[in-house]
Design a protein around this ligand. Structure first.
Ligand SMILES: Nc1ncnc2c1ncn2[C@@H]1O[C@H](COP(=O)(O)OP(=O)(O)OP(=O)(O)O)[C@@H](O)[C@H]1O
Length: 241
């Protein structure tokens, strides 16, 4: 089976500023992979490239075996994306937000309703289907966005710092929900700078100043000192970005 995500020698510069420098890593099917990097590491730039908001000629990105540059429609159809900035319509109910998004993927009627119910169930959000998004707390809004990203049944879920601005309880709930999705077979790339969102059995890609410092199992990177200490040590050299 093809990797859920494969990046090979990806580089990108904003003018003179090199944001990504020869980035290569992959996410295996059904794995939770944390893209761990401090501010300015290049995480959002990578998300831009994977979703075609940005393009580069340097390197190659494949999603479920589809080259993002050569077969963008096929590649993009295989990903669900949760961006850092919320993108839901606060004046619509949860269900209508979901239906609108399903329609963007060509789903309507009964087929859409079944997928929407299933996606809301996976995030324990079905009972809130009739509520306006504005009435939801921050954690539930994020859970709705994650459910929405699952409606077209992607192979790979991309989340860019999905817990930013949430309280500890919501953060924990969302982190647990997305780990459950991976347990059920979904491939996940979760960008974060918070090591407590990563479990010992997760894969980790450490990104710093546009470079991959390491890809390994979290427990291997952690060593005896723990992941937080190991991450600080790896990224402290020469000061933060
Ligand atoms: N549009 C832009 N123009 C110029 N430089 C940019 C632009 N966007 C990002 N950068 C720079 O590229 C580098 C990577 O930024 P990026 O936003 O991808 O990092 P990040 O890991 O997502 O950080 P954060 O956690 O702060 O969101 C940073 O040095 C940033 O200042």
């Amino acid at each position: 089976m093809a990797e859920a995500l494969r990046l090979e020698h990806v580089s990108l510069s904003y003018g003179a500023r090199q944001a990504l420098d020869d980035v290569s890593f992959s996410v295996a099917p059904g794995r939770f992979c944390a893209l761990l990097g401090p501010n300015g590491a290049g995480k959002s730039t990578l998300f831009g490239l994977m979703t075609r908001l940005l393009v580069t000629r340097s390197g190659r990105i494949e999603i479920a075996g589809h080259d993002v540059a050569r077969a963008p429609r096929k590649a993009l159809a295989r990903i669900g994306v949760v961006f850092q900035q919320p993108t839901l319509d606060l004046d619509l109910t949860v269900a209508r937000n979901m239906r609108y998004f399903a329609a963007l993927h060509g789903l309507s009627g009964r087929a859409a309703a079944i997928r929407i119910d299933a996606a809301l169930d996976r995030l324990a959000m079905r009972e809130r289907a009739g509520e306006k998004a504005r009435a939801l707390n921050g954690g539930h809004r994020r859970r709705m966005e994650i459910a929405r990203a699952l409606v077209h049944e992607p192979d790979l879920l991309l989340l860019d710092e999905p817990t930013v601005g949430l309280d500890a309880m919501s953060r924990k709930a969302i982190t647990a929900h997305v780990h459950d999705l991976a347990e059920d077979g979904l491939s996940v790339l979760w960008a974060t700078h918070l090591v407590d969102e990563i479990g010992p059995g997760d894969d980790v890609v450490v990104l710093h100043r546009g470079r991959v410092l390491r890809q390994a199992l979290a427990s291997d990177i952690a060593g005896p000192a723990g992941l937080a200490e190991a991450f600080l040590e790896m990224t402290a050299e020469g000061g933060g970005a």
